[in-house]
Design a protein around this ligand. Structure first.
Ligand code: SF4
Length: 486
């Protein structure tokens, strides 16, 4: 999972990119970067390992002046964990840097396409999808003399998988998205009257529109699945909207990944989560309500699921677990030991809150179960009378190949244990999941537009394609241990 941002024709573009990336930092914390086009048309780049506030500080922003820029926060799902694989990538040809590109998603046929380009003599600097996309566009544009838009359209047809992409040239900017719409991607409008700058207005892009509020931009709409947008100075935005293929919005964005203050796939995320909580509560009649019952989220991603559950159940909503916000997401830590340590550092129970309480502990998903097990035992030690676990997604039984890093099928607890074994392993009094059939009710009339493959194995592309046919290089099949693999 990653996040992207783009700004076109607004003064102080790199500073705006840094602000958007800061707002979507939850989409990737390993590395980040920005590329800007200065007044002479040069493309300048800065990227590094670490968080936005550290990598894209004010001194860096001053070194990347201009009115157009793109940026990226990375959370690696494939490829090494190093600065070469951070984004944006600047693609250079004989005449110098011609484009900067940043993309969010994962390609199924990366290996196959990269081998094809290497046979044509193309040299890669990274093993990153965005570089491949950029080099394919450059090849079709330079060698086959296709116009940029036609080159993008051809690449869009040849790529299999998820890609929400911003592409900046010296004189224009493109935004395009895979025809299935796997990852979110939105466009906004910004009237900027920053201090000391002449007022200007322009167009902004982000993985999530929670990135717009921070810069005062207004959400316009999604970049449509399959669409190519061209932005040129002094001209209206041109949209080449192609017929989307079978839509496959990632349902996990609504359940866990996106920020609750974003509108993703036209759904306010906080509302989608409350509906999930209400749906679980509606089927939970076996657990009687009472003054001692408290619905409690594993903060923060489950807050709205727990709120929906509490409201529907008529139970108290309790924030009995405090989260330290300076600890990152535990499921993207590289080793089990660091994940365990992360749980201890991240959560602490409120003193005196739990004795005599029956707790419904609500989490967004259970993957390996190790973090949840530690939390259940933490609540019992804090005095909880009973701990009932409720999960805001169905059982995770398959890997994601479209940009979210999940463990191999063999590591997933739902593939290793029965429900009763999982309950016992977690140390819970009872456990209940959302069911895949519930998506019909949660996404009325839209169920077929969502990918739920990690819950039902209904993959857009056949899983046997992923490694064997795609000829994925070893480095991508097994990311280096230092990578943030869950
Ligand atoms: S497999 Fe799961 S995580 Fe991946 S895109 Fe589909 S729903 Fe999202």
């Amino acid at each position: 999972m990653c996040g992207i941002a783009g700004v076109f024709e607004v003064e102080g573009a790199t500073g705006l990119i840094a602000s958007i990336l800061f707002a979507i930092q939850h989409r990737g914390q390993e590395s980040c970067g920005a590329a800007a086009k200065d007044t002479s048309g040069r493309i300048l780049l800065h990227k590094g390992m670490g968080l936005v506030k550290q990598v894209l500080d004010e001194e860096v922003q001053a070194r990347l002046p201009g009115r157009s820029a793109i940026g990226h926060v990375r959370y690696p799902t494939a490829g090494r964990s190093d600065v070469l694989n951070s984004q944006p990538h600047v693609i250079e040809l004989a005449q110098g840097p011609i484009m900067a590109i940043a993309s969010n998603g994962d390609l199924i046929n990366y290996g196959e396409l990269r081998a094809l380009l290497e046979r044509e003599g193309v040299v890669f600097k990274s093993d990153n999808d965005a570089e491949l996309i950029g080099r394919m566009i450059a090849m079709y544009h330079v060698r086959e003399r296709l116009g940029i838009e036609d080159a993008i359209a051809r690449v869009q047809r040849e790529l299999k998988g998820a890609f929400s992409t911003v592409l900046m040239f010296r004189d224009c900017l493109y935004a395009f998205r895979d025809p299935h719409g796997f990852r979110p991607f939105v466009m906004g409008h910004l009237s900027y009257t920053g201090s000391g700058e002449p007022p200007s207005e322009g167009t902004v892009f982000a993985s999530e529109d929670c990135g717009f509020g921070i810069i005062g931009a207004r959400r316009l709409r999604e970049v449509k699945p399959g669409e190519i947008l061209r932005l040129e100075k002094g001209r209206p935005v041109v949209s080449v909207a192609r017929a989307p293929l079978q839509l496959r919005h990632c349902v996990f964005e609504l359940i866990y990944f996106s920020r609750p203050d974003s509108i993703v796939f036209e759904e306010p995320v906080w509302q989608a989560r409350q509906r999930i909580g209400a749906c679980i509560a509606a089927k939970d009649a076996a657990l009687p309500n009472g003054d001692d019952l408290v619905a409690m989220p594993v903060p923060d991603s489950s807050n709205f699921i727990a709120l929906g559950y509490a409201k529907a159940k008529g139970a108290e909503f309790g924030m009995g677990l405090l989260r330290n916000h300076y600890v990152g997401r535990t499921f993207i830590k590289p080793t089990q030991a660091s994940r365990d340590e992360g749980v201890k550092q991240k959560f602490n129970p409120l003193p005196g809150y739990f004795p005599g309480k029956r707790v419904v502990l609500i989490d967004d998903s259970v993957v390996r179960g190790t973090s949840l097990r530690k939390l259940v035992s933490m609540l019992r030690r804090a005095g909880a009378k009973e701990v009932h676990v409720r999960i805001g997604s169905p059982k995770v039984i398959g890997r994601c190949f479209y940009g979210i890093d999940t463990p191999t099928a063999g590591e997933l607890i739902a593939n290793r244990m029965s429900e009763e074994e999982i309950r016992a392993y977690l140390g819970a009094d009872s456990i209940r999941w959302l069911e895949t059939a519930d998506f019909e009710r949660l996404l009325p009339g839209r169920r077929q537009d969502f990918c739920t493959a990690c819950f039902d194995l209904n993959y857009m592309y056949p899983p046997e394609d992923f490694a064997a046919k795609a000829n994925i290089p070893a480095a991508r099949q097994a990311p280096a241990p230092a990578a943030c693999v869950s």
